[in-house]
Design a binder for this molecule. Structure first.
Ligand SMILES: [Zn+2]
Length: 70
């Protein structure tokens, strides 16, 4: 019984510095003095977090707007 068909494999990111495959995990992002938990890819070796472009131009912008609206 194969039930996993149709599910795309997870993207594999590699740390440019350590050449280690990044792992997915919860990190605390800090933006404009506010901290919020978020799930991102990070390097198990050096802890560098990969911020996808869509996140940098999308959700981060919403956070900024929310803070300004306060
Ligand atoms: Zn690294």
């Amino acid at each position: 019984m194969s039930s996993a068909s149709g599910i795309p494999p997870p993207p594999s990111y590699v740390c440019a510095k350590c050449d280690q495959p990044l792992v997915r995990g919860k990190v605390v992002a800090s933006y404009l003095g506010s901290e919020f938990p978020i799930e991102l890819w990070k390097c198990p070796e050096c802890g560098k977090v990969l911020v996808p472009r869509e996140l940098a131009t999308g959700r981060m912008l919403q956070v900024e707007q929310a803070l300004e609206d306060k």
